[in-house]
Design a protein around this ligand. Sequence first.
Ligand code: KIV
Ligand code: ZN
Length: 516
Amino acid sequence: MTDQKQDQVLIFDTTLRDGEQSPGASMTHDEKVEIATLLDEMGVDIIEAGFPIASPGDFAAVSDIAKAAKQAQICGLARAAISDIDRAWEAIKHSQRPRIHTFIGTSPSHRGITGMSMDDMADHIHNMVTHARNLTDNVQWSSMDATRTEHDFLKRTVEIAIKAGATTINVPDTVGYTAPRESAELIRMLIAEVPGADEVIFATHCHNDLGMATANSLAAVEAGARQIECTINGLGERAGNTALEEVVMALKVRNDIMPYQTRIDTSRIMHASRMVASVSGFAVQYNKAIVGKNAFAHESGIHQDGMLKNAETFEIMRPEDVGLAETSLVMGKHSGRAALRSKLENLGYELGDNQLKDVFVRFKDLADRKKEVYDEDLVALMSDQTTSAGHDAIRLAEMEVRCGTTGPQTCTMVLLVEGEAQRAETTGDGPVDATFNALKEMVPHTARLALYQVHAVTEGTDAQATVSVRLEEDGKIVAGQSSDTDTVVASAKAYINALNKLMVRREKSAPEELAG
Ligand code: KIV
Ligand code: ZN
């Protein structure tokens, strides 16, 4: 039960906008909709679904998310330009609770880029917020690079935005430059000195360049900000954005000294983290707070002894609080469909009957090859499902690889391309190289392999390998991922996954250079 005396802090998730701007983190339409659905279900108050004017693909994703959302406000980003604002509105207007978010860089260097004087910019802000406000009564204004903007000019821009009708004022630390005390003082100063400040919600939006995004966001809340802008896993350009899981769990665990509430169902955090890691291709570092593989692992002898005697000795939160079920043996090849459904539900996956049928076939196939199937194996199986490009034009039919100490290594592969079987026999500098050469022969492309990464899903020599690849072609970046007990097969499937996404991306225009 929410304690009514406690202050509510709104969680504004920008994984699909600022997070997706991280080079290489681009997501497909269906992946975005799936992530948004999960964010909505887990209690995110506002979902920034994208930048509708950036490309037709961005527009379509924001629009579909707006139509599907049940609880969350759906926000579209717009530069301070009529065309951007109108396009954002077109994309979100079907949502039950649409929000337009418009911004301009107000610091000296940003003013230099736009060539606007302070007076010109002040007028422009008035006009743009007024325009947005004529479309909806839910308007968010951001003074980009606020933490490096002269205080007098920042106060002036915020006052103009409030007078023009903005209902949320965002104060971004665009380059991750501020520190906790300064972050708090800035918010306190704006609330105390800007006329009308008591009628709006102040938001904090921090980047993590100096590793202080979480601390800066929490300091801003203590000074009066009531909206935190963040991303799952801290995904975002450069060092990323404030991590949703960190601020939410900090407010929950240290509620004694930070008495603020969020609406987030924290038991969905792990599921969201895994989904974002797998679709973005940005693996979570092992020692990442809250969602890292080691976050709840107590390896050292001293810790283990303490844990056995009393879990609270070293544990400030329980794994189940973030939705981390204990690693357990799941099932073997004799397990039935109902057991699989119930296990997947425990892990956070709700499946329709047809989806379950498909997953069950793949589960049986895995159980045939791998005696012990763990939770992590099922998560990997489900990730393969999530990252599919939808209609997969290219499918792997069969492959055989010869490797060993005497090269060159060889690959014989049969692909189904738009339903037609094609065959290639190639050599390479190692089995993976030979495999990728086969794919290049059958699906000619100029994309550069920008990332190739392998992770073991569990321990043991029969463990599945999760392979992530990133392909880059003419500025378009796509990520592919797949898991298999055979690392080279996983590599081939991950590459094919990326190629399928590339086909889809080729049909859409490349996104423009966006904001920070
Ligand atoms: O970091 C930033 O300033 C942004 C704005 C667009 C809000 O992402
Ligand atoms: Zn940002």
